[in-house]
Design a protein around this ligand. Sequence first.
Ligand code: FE2
Length: 390
Amino acid sequence: MDATWQGYSAAQGFRTGGRDLARAALLAARSRTLRLADAYADVLAGQGFRVPYRETLNPPLWEWGHVAWFQEWWIARNAQRSRGVACDPDHARVPSRMPEADAMYDSSRVAHTRRWELALPDAKTTRAWLAATLDDTLKLLEALPERASDAELYFFRLVALHEEMHAEASVYMAGSLGIPVPASVLREVPQLSSDGATLKVPGQGFTTGWSGPGFAFDNELQPLEVQLQAFEIDTEPVSWARFREFVDAGGYRARAYWDEDGWAWLQANDVPAREGPLQAASTHLTAHEAQAWCRWAGRRLPNEFEWECAALTQPGFSWGQVWEWTASKFLPYPGFMPHPYRDYSAPWFETRRVLRGACPATSVTLAHPRYRNFFEPQRSDVFAGFRSCA
Ligand SMILES: [Fe+2]
């Protein structure tokens, strides 16, 4: 696979690289976490970082404490960290640097609503906790052999990606709280041509999922051979210019363009006018709206295998501007085995929809054509748009 085009060489390098790239990724993630924390502090420090309860938010102090907790739990406190995916997630951990950390920051045990009731440490203490746990992590990374194995590197890579995912979520949260974020935490992405150009992808057998050495998420395994019929797919995500034609055509009032779930969602919600810069990818759309646009245009959403195949085999395929809804329900590939971080994938199968791609808030270490993101179809706070297929 040629990993030098399409802008995912950083993610490919990180997943298959050694100790030095893991260290660089841990430091890059932390730098982004702290720049975002500064942006939050500018607006929220005066109110003790308190934010209103919402299902799509976490208290910011909880987010940062949780990032540090996750790192310490899987690295410094994990006696089986060198076993990688063979680590027993339930083995007894050594105590935390922060005695009450498990009771506050363990996302599997502390329910979402509870996070708002905790007496969390203040910002200064939380930052010191972030710094101390990263310090422990880097020392343990340094202690690995120079040619460390994938098993030995597994948790270091996982915690770097976990922190980048939380940084991305912090960008979404900032958006819904009206907190401006610095441009330095976002990637620059190419503008679209909006010309509706398409690529013809021949029918073929295609191996989806992760094969070979390096880091993989559990839901990318095992590699799966799929037979694809010939299809045609947009070279780029649907722009606002193209989405607006659907709005102007009365698409939000025409029952015929919506499936049952989509129409029910539309009736139950006060959906604000969807608009944005005409040359940019349409975003903050639900899967329902993406599907309605496709039906109006006489097209459909690609399934996740078509998307992945096009991204990996078609040099003209442009991605990375926005997460893209696919037609695929989030399901395990045959042979799925949950990795030690049990709650990453398994609890979300069946109820969520797969998105592929990446958005400007996605770290370069995460943005990979094999990566499966997943959200409930009615989410519109995510930087999610779509491309169409036929
Ligand atoms: Fe987390």
